[in-house]
Design a protein around this ligand. Structure first.
Ligand SMILES: Cc1cc2nc3c(=O)[nH]c(=O)nc-3n(C[C@H](O)[C@H](O)[C@H](O)COP(=O)(O)OP(=O)(O)OC[C@H]3O[C@@H](n4cnc5c(N)ncnc54)[C@H](O)[C@@H]3O)c2cc1C
Ligand SMILES: NC(=O)c1ccc[n+]([C@@H]2O[C@H](COP(=O)([O-])OP(=O)(O)OC[C@H]3O[C@@H](n4cnc5c(N)ncnc54)[C@H](OP(=O)(O)O)[C@@H]3O)[C@@H](O)[C@H]2O)c1
Length: 448
């Protein structure tokens, strides 16, 4: 009997896994029986935008953390699928920083081309995974959300692709219980126009804080104060945005900061990151990690050390996204197909330790980019994922870091070249800072 493989989640990672198997099947390989469980009613993961916040229509926490008007925060050339380029999908060169709808179209375009929908059971949430030593199989309990029924099935291997930017890390500060305005996490941020005319306090100093500060100002917030815990982002902010040390308390609507300064604010957005949360996985199989570039206990960043038939995709903090997910998915596929064998647990543990030691040496974003590029290269050299110019993407990321430092409102107007086709992206017809329309039709029309 063919072995049974469960893939959990049909976001970019889960779809990459299905695409990888489909590619092998086209190449003549006999592939196992694959079932992908997706709790939402459609594919795309975070890129499948929802207006909902809080609980969804079935009473489960909403997975989506993306907002209206979200544009790619890195050059698309650094995430391009080497087996399905932007040129192939759009039939024309497109600018380097697309809005969400355009990237959603691209991700799902490859999935449609490969016809992988047939593997997916939608509206089906995985509620529990455990390993049955005697049977040598995983027991996976799923719930079909339309009728609430549960059932348990056995699988030889399980690939977890459920993302890690959906369960908010939600600290509290003194005085929050008496603050008269809205307090929310970036997970629940949807429409920047909600804050038009308001004085906003943003807490955090990473990508969500940066982008939500810019978004809200772009769509008419009166002022945005960004409060950092460790260090300020230090970008040349446009008028109306500035950075202050950590919030110490709020007193009514007055925010007090660690340097003794105060500001009156109308609303607070906690951009304080996310928890890796896998409540559906039994204790001994559950990944516990902060948002880092090399989580512990995952050999090659993928295989669960104590039981490598359990694989996790995309659990790293991410400079590289889709192209890294692809390389992981190709590697996981080749393990499942018996093309790659894994070393002893001791050797796996030593390899993880070497990568984590190397990570500890990283002194900032430039080192981190090199680190993650080296990780991707390490996987890539063992699989038949199409080759592309990884060094070019490394150079692109570094140029992007410089561009952000030069102009935080202007970096999305830059153009990069494709590591797959060499195509040079056209410059978008309208500067990002003044472009209020993020629709695909407007984005793709009238490039200069
Ligand atoms: C606000 C925000 C903006 C971002 N912007 C960018 C960007 O501009 N560029 C970029 O490259 N990356 C961006 N990212 C990074 C993002 O992590 C990746 O682009 C990508 O979505 C990760 O894919 P994934 O498949 O790992 O996870 P997800 O996209 O989160 O998909 C996981 C899927 O698993 C499903 N699932 C979860 N639990 C279960 C369960 N128990 N049972 C069944 N199904 C389940 C979910 O419904 C979902 O469909 C952003 C992230 C956030 C939070
Ligand atoms: N396309 C886009 O424009 C876009 C927009 C938003 C997000 N994203 C993506 O979403 C992902 C998540 O980004 P993120 O910014 O949400 O999370 P993140 O990168 O994990 O950053 C979390 C931030 O929260 C801060 N923090 C945590 N606990 C805190 C506390 N108790 N008090 C004060 N500050 C605290 C951290 O500060 P310290 O530095 O002190 O630890 C850090 O600045 C990234 O992959 C990013 O690329 C993309």
């Amino acid at each position: 009997m063919a072995s049974q493989i469960a893939v959990i989640g049909a976001g970019p990672c889960g779809l990459a896994q299905l695409d990888a198997f489909e590619e092998a099947r086209r190449g003549g390989a006999e592939i196992p029986e694959i079932t992908c469980f997706e709790q939402q009613s459609d594919w795309g993961g975070l890129w499948n935008y929802t207006w909902r916040t809080g609980l969804d229509e079935h009473g489960d926490p909403v997975h989506g953390s993306m907002y209206r008007y979200l544009w790619s925060n890195g050059p698309k050339e650094c995430l391009e699928f080497a087996d399905y380029t932007f040129d192939e999908h759009f039939g024309q060169p497109i600018p380097s920083f697309p809005p969400r709808e355009v990237l959603y179209d691209y991700i799902t375009g490859r999935a449609k081309k490969n016809d992988v929908r047939r593997f997916i059971q939608f509206n089906t949430a995985v509620r529990w995974i455990s390993y049955d030593e005697q049977a040598g199989k995983f027991a996976v309990t799923v719930q079909t959300r339309d009728d609430g029924r549960t059932r348990t099935e056995q699988f030889d291997k399980v690939i977890v692709a459920t993302g890690h930017f959906s369960t908010p890390n939600m600290p509290s500060f003194e005085g929050f219980d008496r603050f008269p305005g809205r307090i929310m996490h970036s997970h629940d941020f949807r429409d920047a126009q909600e804050f038009t005319g308001q004085r906003l306090l943003v807490i955090g100093s990473s990508y969500s804080a940066e982008d939500i500060a810019l978004q809200t100002k772009k769509y008419g917030a009166q002022s945005v104060t960004v409060s950092y815990r460790t260090q300020p982002m230090g970008f040349p902010w446009p008028a109306g945005i500035d950075e202050v040390p950590l919030l110490s308390k709020v007193d009514g609507s007055t925010a007090h900061f660690a340097d003794g300064t105060t500001r009156d604010v109308d609303a607070i957005v906690l951009c304080t990151g996310y928890q890796h949360s896998f409540r559906f996985i039994s204790d001994e199989l559950r990944l516990r990690t902060a948002n880092v570039l090399y989580p512990g206990n995952l050999y090659k960043g993928v295989f669960w050390l104590g039981q490598p038939d359990l694989m996790y995709l995309g659990m790293q903090d991410q400079y590289y996204t889709f192209s890294m997910f692809d390389t992981q998915a190709w590697y996981a596929r080749d393990y499942v197909l018996g093309r790659i064998s894994l070393p002893s647990p001791e050797e796996m543990a030593a390899d993880i330790a070497r990568w984590r030691d190397r990570l500890a040496e990283c002194a900032g974003p430039f080192d981190e980019i090199d680190f993650q590029a080296a990780y991707v290269a390490d996987l890539h050299k063992e699989v038949d994922y199409p080759s592309y110019d990884l060094d070019l993407t490394r150079a692109h990321f570094k140029e992007w870091e410089h561009d952000k430092t030069a102009s935080i409102t202007g970096y999305r107007d830059k153009s990069f070249s494709s590591p797959c086709t060499g195509t040079i992206a056209p410059v978008h017809h309208t500067p990002w800072w003044t472009e209020l329309d993020d629709s695909m039709a407007t984005f793709l029309g009238n490039q200069t």
